[in-house]
Ligand binder design. Structure first.
Ligand code: HEM
Length: 464
């Protein structure tokens, strides 16, 4: 009663046949045009509510944050991770304790501080070496950026980085990419709709296989840590967790299974998001030379006489900042966020939302919402600049979501994006290869959006 209206519901399947298999985002947008910023959508027998537009999303996630901070517990991902980890933990004591612990540990390991810049710069040296090997040639940046992002988070989690051809990182990045590609795709929707298909040998079984491979890799590192660690002297996240486990009582939520999934959660969340943002950035920069050159002029001026860029330098680079934010806006990296759930019977925009209802947060609808942006449908850094050319961040910029469940890696991600982009643009020029087809900006759908495979040509440049 008083549940938000929505499209006609088919018995058993609900509304899933109304979504396109390779990219449901357009369908969610079409339904928004018919039913408005809050509508119901059935995944099989499960009722969900899709929320769109800045006003509705902020009302739910910020003003009524606690009411909508839950996570669904009956999806494919919950069966795959055995209801462990942080990202899919339901709102409550365990989630609160672990979110606080992760934030504190990341800060102790340098996130948000200058010591983190050292780790990122060391990884950038490897990106530079890879690019130098390709000077004058066309190369695909895909694996390089995935490996680099994976290595940065790996150093925080496991105190280790890997050569880009190493078997560990190759397997890890492959499993992570496949997991994010499939976890909210059409086969996952079928699994979520029809419990009778759960044990059939259908493609969603691959999600279990990739997850098992990734957890196996994390487990090897945890076992090594147990042998080599000195209690009370944590080198990284795993050591800090093991210290915490020793401190607290037997009934604690700091179990070993929780450690494995939590570390994988952080690795996964920290790899695919940042690397796909970089891929989108270089797709636009190499195909729109005027924007790239304007960034380079600003970088040369701001860093004149400096050996390397620091995160603080962003304040002297309003245009570069605007470009990075515009990449995030247009890139729309996590378009449906992570699904939320109502933690109690509540109310949103005049509708009744029963406890447990799944909430699908359509972040794309905010990142290109008419009325919020000067140029909602075009890649244009002016969206983040005022009349005086100063950097501004409109309220509708929310690629990291908002409220109690907002991304906890935002600071790290922003540091990585800025330092990598500025260092590479200072040293290299990126060109769209003469023999390549026209750039295709259409994204490939998954939990995170990515680019279609592309090549860019790399040239050395001398800062002016
Ligand atoms: C450009 C990069 C990134 C983007 C766009 C992004 C975006 C997001 C979004 C949209 C969510 C869902 C928030 C919600 O449910 O309302 C999220 C959650 C999360 N992100 Fe990120 N993220 C990025 C990078 C990172 C990094 C580097 C880390 C690693 C430290 C990270 C860790 C997490 C975690 C652990 C959560 C779950 C938080 C919770 O459930 O309490 N993210 N992120």
């Amino acid at each position: 009663k008083n549940f938000p209206p929505g499209p006609f519901v088919l018995p058993l399947l609900g509304n899933i046949l109304q979504l396109s298999l390779d990219n449901p985002l357009k369908d969610f947008e079409r339904l928004r045009k018919t039913y408005g910023n809050i509508y119901s959508f059935y995944i099989g027998l499960k009722p969900a509510v899709v929320i769109s537009g800045m006003k509705t999303i902020k009302e739910a996630l910020v003003n009524k944050g606690a009411d909508f901070a839950g996570r669904p517990q009956d999806l494919l991902i919950n069966d795959v991770n055995d209801r462990k980890g942080l990202i899919m933990a339901d709102y409550g004591a365990l989630w609160r304790e672990h979110r606080r612990f992760v934030l504190m540990t990341l800060r102790n390991l340098g996130v948000g501080k200058t010591s983190m810049e050292g780790i990122i710069h060391r990884e950038i040296e490897y990106i530079i070496k890879t690019l130098e090997k390709g000077i004058g040639k066309s190369m695909s940046p895909q694996l390089m950026f995935h490996n680099a992002a994976s290595n940065i988070i790996c150093q925080l989690l496991f105190g280790k980085r890997y050569e880009y051809k190493d078997e560990f990182i190759t397997k890890m990045v492959h499993s992570i990419t496949k997991l994010t590609e499939m976890i909210n795709g059409p086969w996952a929707m079928l699994y979520d709709s029809l419990p009778v298909v759960h044990n059939l040998p259908l493609p969603f079984r691959n999600v279990f296989t990739h997850f098992k491979t990734a957890i196996g890799l994390v487990n090897t590192l945890v076992t090594e840590h147990k042998k080599s660690r000195i209690p009370g002297e944590p080198r990284d996240f795993v050591d800090s967790y093991l210290d915490e486990q020793n401190k607290v009582c037997n009934f604690s939520s700091f179990s070993e299974e929780q450690l494995l999934v939590e570390a994988l959660d952080l690795h996964l969340a920290g790899t695919d998001t940042t690397s796909n943002t970089l891929l989108i950035a270089f797709l636009y920069l190499s195909s729109i030379p005027q924007i790239q050159e304007r960034c380079q002029r600003e970088i040369d001026r701001a860093l004149e006489g400096k050996n390397r860029v620091s995160f603080e330098d962003r304040h002297d680079m309003p245009y570069v900042q605007a470009v990075i934010h515009e990449v995030q806006r247009v890139g729309n990296i996590v378009p449906l966020s992570v699904f939320h759930a109502a933690t109690k019977d509540t109310e949103l925009m005049g509708y009744t939302i029963p406890k447990g209802t799944m909430i699908i947060e359509n972040l794309s609808s905010v990142l290109n919402e008419e009325g919020q942006w000067k140029f909602p449908d075009k890649f244009n850094p002016e969206n983040f600049l005022n009349e005086q050319g100063e950097f501004i961040k409109p309220e509708a910029f929310m690629p990291f979501s908002a409220g109690p469940r907002a991304c906890l890696g935002e600071v790290l991600a922003r540091m990585e994006l800025f330092l990598i982009l500025v260092t590479l643009l200072r040293k290299f020029r990126f060109e769209w290869p003469e023999d390549a087809e026209e750039p295709d900006y259409t994204p490939v759908y998954g939990v995170t959006l990515t680019t279609r495979p592309y090549n860019m040509k790399v040239q050395l440049r001398v800062p002016q």
